[in-house]
Design a protein around this ligand. Structure first.
Ligand SMILES: [Zn+2]
Length: 162
């Protein structure tokens, strides 16, 4: 059973969302939340810069932003913790040519609980820009919402549901 339902649309397609709040399904009262793919990807690759306005009531907007901010802060703390607290104690025991891979392995190991949390408790929506296929994956926690979203955008050049 998939943990999120992905709808893939062309990047240049102006995506339309159901007008109710994406999280609680109540009336969004015209409130929207601007969402971007994860910050790290946008920093590495300017082509992955992208954003959409998603209907969300004020309370849910705050919750969605809070969760995203927490995960970014945790990632930053883990990277700095590994680099400045753990790595100095291990550096002399690791051959020079393995330094980079050891640091990457340590960071990923420390982030593993949070990565697993995101996989098993996916956010209500996430975005992933594919710069090779010029497409955007809209990843939804709720499959019914994903189906409504796909139907609303069936005029796009393609709509792939995974
Ligand atoms: Zn809501």
């Amino acid at each position: 059973m998939p943990l999120s339902t992905d709808v893939n649309l062309p990047r240049n397609h102006q995506a339309r969302f159901p007008s109710s709040c994406i999280q609680c399904n109540n009336d969004a009262n015209g409130n929207t939340l601007r969402l971007r793919p994860h910050l790290t990807l946008s920093l590495i690759n300017s082509e992955s810069r992208f954003s959409v306005e998603i209907p969300a009531c004020q309370r849910c907007s705050l919750q969605i932003r809070f969760r995203r901010t927490c995960l970014v802060l945790i990632s930053i703390v883990v990277v700095f913790g590994v680099m400045f607290l753990v790595w100095p104690h291990l550096k002399n025991f690791v051959p020079d040519h393995l330094h980079k891979w050891t640091i990457i392995g340590l960071v990923l190991t420390c982030l593993l609980p949070f990565i697993l949390f995101s996989v098993f408790f996916p956010p209500v929506i996430d975005l992933e820009v594919d710069t090779l296929t010029h497409s955007v994956d809209y990843q939804f926690r709720k499959s019914e919402y994903a189906a409504s979203f796909a139907k609303l955008n069936d005029d796009a050049d393609w709509v792939k549901i995974e």
